[in-house]
Write a protein that binds this ligand. Structure first.
Ligand code: TXA
Ligand code: MG
Length: 341
C-alpha cells in the first residue's frame, strides 16, 4: 500500500485525510499523548483495517475520539460525574469508559458493552475529527507490542506502507497515553491506566479513587482494560527496573558489560558505557514521560547489548504513568539492590 504523507499547513491541508476517514480508510495522526491510528468509529471494516495494520488482537477495544464531549450522549450512557470530569479535563489526555450505545459496533469495542471516549486537545487531531464529521476510533499508531509512537519518525518506522495516510505532527506533548478511568455507580473512579490526568487531579472529583491492580502488579486475572494484559512496549533485549540508591545502582551498572541503560540526567557522569540514555532530570516526571518511549525505541536499534536496566522513577503525579509503562516494558521485572554503606 502506498501511504500518503500529509504535512500540516492549515485546516484545509487535512481535508484529504478527513476524506480518507469518511471513505473507510485509516490515517495516523498526532495527539497530545501519542500518535493514533484512526478510522470511522461507525465502520466495522475500518476497525478491521486498524487491527490488521497494527497486528493487534481484535479483542482489544479501541478508544473513540470525539471533537466535543457534549456529543458523548450520542455514543454512550453518560452520568453527571462524566460531565463534571469532562468539563475539567476535556479536551485533554483523559479517556472515560461508559456503557455504549448500540450503534458503536462490537468490532470497535472488542465485544464489550462499554466504550472509551476521549476528546484530544491537539489542534491537528481536533481539526481532523471535526472535518471528518464522524467519531474516530483510534488505538496508538504503533505495531502491536512496540512502544506507542511519540514522534512522526516512530509512526513512519512502524506503519509506512500499512496505512492510507500519516500526518506529520512533530513530537507529542505528553508522551504517555491518556489516563483511562471507569466510573462506578457509587461514585468511585477506577483508574485503569495512569497518564497525565493524575490521581491527584481526579481526587478533586471523588473521595474514592481505586487503582486497578494491573497498573502496578503482574496480573493473571482478566484486567478491566483488556490491553493491560498484553506485554507492551517490550524492547528486543530484556529490561529490568532497578530499585536502589545511587551508589548501589552505579556500582551494579559499572560491573556489567553489554547492557543498555535508561537513567536520569544526574546519573550520566557516574555511569560508564556507550548505551546510556537519559529520559530527563530525576525530579521531572513530565520530561521522563515525554522521552521514555523514544528511549525504549532507541535501545531497540542498538547492536551489542544483551540486557537493559532502567532506574526506578518517582511514582507520583505523571510519574505513576512512567512507572507503569516501564514495568510493562520490563514484564514487571524489578530488582532491588541492597544499600551501600
Ligand atoms: O492517549 C491515548 O489514549 C491514545 C491516543 C491515540 O488517543 N490511544 C491509545 O489507545 O492509547 P490504545 O488502543 O493503544 O490503548 C487503549 C487502551 C487499551 O488497553 C484498551 O484495552 C483500553 O484502552 N480500552 C479501550 N476501550 C475500553 C473499554 N471499553 N473498556 C476497558 N478498556 C478499554
Ligand atoms: Mg496502544
Amino acid at each position: 500500500m502506498k501511504t500518503q504523507i500529509i504535512r500540516y499547513t492549515n485546516k484545509a491541508s487535512l481535508e484529504p485525510a478527513a476524506a480518507i476517514l469518511r471513505d473507510g480508510g485509516i490515517v495516523a495522526f498526532p495527539t497530545e499523548t501519542v500518535y493514533g491510528l484512526g478510522g470511522n468509529a461507525f465502520d466495522p471494516a475500518a476497525a478491521k483495517k486498524i487491527y490488521e495494520a497494527k497486528g493487534r488482537p481484535s479483542d482489544n477495544p479501541l478508544i473513540v475520539h470525539l471533537h466535543d464531549y457534549r456529543t458523548a450522549g450520542q455514543y454512550a450512557h453518560t452520568t453527571p460525574l462524566f460531565f463534571e470530569l469532562a468539563e475539567a479535563f476535556m479536551p485533554g489526555p483523559l479517556t472515560i469508559i461508559l456503557r455504549k450505545r448500540s450503534f458503536i459496533p462490537d468490532s470497535v469495542t472488542g465485544g464489550l458493552d462499554t466504550v472509551g471516549l476521549r476528546v484530544p486537545s491537539h489542534p491537528i487531531a481536533r481539526e481532523l475529527i471535526e472535518l471528518a464529521g464522524v467519531p474516530v476510533a483510534a488505538p496508538s499508531a504503533n505495531l502491536s507490542g512496540k512502544p506507542s509512537p511519540t514522534a512522526f519518525s516512530h509512526v513512519m518506522h512502524d506503519l509506512n506502507g500499512r496505512v492510507d495516510a500519516i500526518i506529520d505532527g512533530g513530537t507529542s506533548e505528553f508522551g504517555v497515553e491518556s489516563t483511562i478511568i471507569k466510573l462506578e455507580n457509587d461514585g468511585t473512579i477506577k483508574l485503569l491506566r495512569p497518564g497525565a490526568i493524575t490521581i491527584e487531579m481526579l481526587s478533586l472529583f471523588s473521595d474514592h479513587i481505586e487503582v486497578d491492580p494491573a497498573v502496578t502488579q503482574k496480573f493473571d486475572g482478566i484486567p478491566l482494560a483488556p490491553g493491560m494484559k498484553y506485554r507492551h512496549y517490550a524492547p528486543s533485549s530484556p529490561l529490568t527496573v532497578l530499585e536502589g540508591d545511587n551508589d548501589a545502582v552505579y556500582e551494579f551498572l559499572n560491573g556489567k558489560e553489554r547492557c543498555g541503560v535508561i537513567c536520569f540526567d544526574e546519573d550520566l557522569p557516574f555511569i560508564r558505557g556507550k548505551h546510556v540514555y537519559t529520559c530527563g532530570p530525576r525530579e521531572d516526571s513530565l520530561t521522563q514521560a515525554k522521552r521514555l518511549f523514544d528511549c525504549l525505541r532507541r535501545l531497540d536499534d542498538v547492536e551489542g547489548i544483551d540486557v537493559i536496566f532502567a532506574r526506578m522513577p518517582a511514582k507520583v503525579g505523571i510519574g505513576l504513568a512512567v512507572f507503569n509503562r516501564l514495568l510493562k516494558a520490563a514484564g514487571f521485572s524489578v530488582r532491588t539492590l541492597p544499600p551501600k554503606r
